[in-house]
Design a protein around this ligand. Structure first.
Ligand SMILES: C[S@@+](CC[C@H](N)C(=O)[O-])C[C@H]1O[C@@H](n2cnc3c(N)ncnc32)[C@H](O)[C@@H]1O
Length: 457
């Protein structure tokens, strides 16, 4: 068994923490991290169809979420076509506790405006999209540009139209005063809860760094706070145990920002520990890594600005392109145009999306349906991933496992008897992307940047 050498100050602090079982905590760090996934209920509700080799009923549910499961072993996700189809997200189990906060404070029939401030690579954002109504709006933001691109890729695979991905600093949200009903701040932290999974987190750890993290978190929450509505909810989480970054920060926010700290109803059998102001997962008590979550409600009066300002970003869809509404399976979304791209967004959120996009640095908005060329639409990969695509409009190419992997590598394959034109590549019941079928050749339209590069199949 691997023996873990924790930083001395870290060990001392945890040993002295009330109710902490150091023996059990250090022993669990010699064991492998559990592997867990969360299904995309808009694409599949059946994990048996996905992980056949991990026969159910051995597959165990993550208790605090409806669509989370533990896998018995770690498969090669890269070589699983269903992963690239956005049917599930590989996510650490403790962080799925977010679901309880949403279920307990929001009604999923309400249409709300939500912000995920520190969103890359997209675990909490994809989870939020599955929990909120499809007419709610999620602004999924990441300050680091390269990470914002990874976020946009994961959001695209998830397939929802009610989301805008932005690349802004927390202080930029100043312009959206009183705009959001819900904010999730999954703050950059000292990462103590990831020591078992990520050796780098422990190498970078020091008392000074952990204190710097606490100060940065204070700045982040103070900066974004004005964008929360009066009575709005801010869910704060970290993957650390450091009280300065967790409970003490929550105490500061409650005082300085005039916020109320709200409770979560947590099933005692889950092993989640209630602290003074929040809830902590320890890996020796839950099947997951270290995680902290707390909930604040804004008590102070918050004026909300009118939805205006910034430059207009969208233009009217040309008459000849209106017919592309038929490519969609719902009338709850509408078409709009950004430069040469045709997009679809929830009709109810049009004004809000326009306002967000005209005030923030937007990476993507809604679902990109395609590029308009002389009134013809060249379909975009995002449309193939979309949950609002009317798939019956297009021919399907049913791929074998080998063909699916070849397609995802952006290699060529060919089948006799295919219908010409833009076609959806299907593997089992899942859509992988587009191909343009020509006379005796299939043009692989899978995004070059996303192709599988690893060897093997
Ligand atoms: C814990 S991670 C977020 C994980 C993500 N919520 C998820 O569930 O997949 C924290 C994120 O905060 C971003 N970040 C770093 N410094 C930041 C800052 N000063 N303001 C806002 N976000 C920051 C990081 O780039 C990182 O993506």
């Amino acid at each position: 068994m691997q023996r873990f050498l924790f930083p001395h100050e870290f060990e001392e602090r945890l040993r002295s923490q009330r109710g902490h079982d150091w023996q059990a905590f250090s022993a669990i760090h010699g064991e492998a991290s559990p592997v867990s996934i969360r299904l995309n209920p808009a694409k599949t509700k059946n994990h048996n169809a996905l992980f056949k080799q991990q026969a159910s009923p051995d597959i165990q549910s993550v208790p605090w979420t409806k669509h989370g499961f533990y896998l018995n072993e770690r498969p090669s996700f890269t070589l699983d076509p269903a992963f690239h189809a956005g049917t599930y997200y590989v996510q650490e189990a403790s962080s799925m506790l977010l679901e309880q906060a949403i279920l307990q404070y929001f009604d999923n029939k309400e249409n709300i405006r939500a912000l995920d401030l520190c969103a890359a690579p997209g675990g909490k954002s994809t989870h939020l999209l599955s929990l909120l109504s499809t007419n709610s709006l999620l602004v999924s933001n990441e300050v680091i540009r390269s990470r914002a691109n990874i976020l946009a890729e994961n959001i695209t695979k998830w397939g929802h139209a009610n989301v805008v991905v932005t690349n802004n600093d927390p202080e930029d949200f100043e312009k959206l005063k009183g705009f959001f009903d819900l904010m999730v701040v999954d703050a950059p932290c000292s990462g103590e809860g990831l020591f078992r999974k990520d050796a780098e987190a422990m190498k970078e750890w020091s008392v000074e760094n952990a204190n710097l993290c606490a100060m940065r978190q204070q700045r982040i929450v103070h900066d974004v706070w004005p964008a929360l509505k009066e009575n709005g909810i801010l869910i704060y989480c970290t993957c650390t145990y450091n009280p300065e970054e967790n409970n003490k920060n929550i105490e500061r926010f409650a005082q300085e920002l005039n916020a109320e700290i709200l409770p979560l109803d947590i099933n005692p059998n889950w092993g989640v520990q209630a602290l003074d102001h929040g809830y902590q997962c320890f890996p020796d008590k839950v099947k997951g890594e270290g995680f902290y979550i707390a909930i604040l409600r804004k008590k102070e009066t918050q004026s909300s600005g009118r939805m205006r300002g910034g430059k207009t970003v969208f233009t009217k869809v040309p008459n000849a392109a209106v017919r592309y509404q038929q490519w969609l399976n719902t009338s709850e979304v509408k078409l709009t145009q950004f430069r040469e791209f045709l997009l679809t967004i929830p009709s109810e959120q049009e004004e809000a999306i326009t306002f967000v996009c005209s005030n923030l640095k937007t990476v993507s908005a809604g679902t990109t349906m395609g590029t308009l060329k002389h009134d013809k639409l060249i379909p975009d990969h995002a449309l193939a991933m979309s949950t609002v695509l009317n798939k019956e409009n297009f021919p399907h190419v049913e791929a074998s496992y080998e063909e699916a992997i070849a397609y995802l590598r952006k290699d060529v394959f060919w089948q006799e008897g295919l219908t010409k034109g833009f076609s959806l590549i299907q593997y089992e019941n899942f859509t992988l992307g587009w191909a343009n079928v020509l006379d005796n050749r299939l043009n692989n339209l899978y995004p070059a940047d996303w192709r599988i590069r690893m060897a093997g199949n």
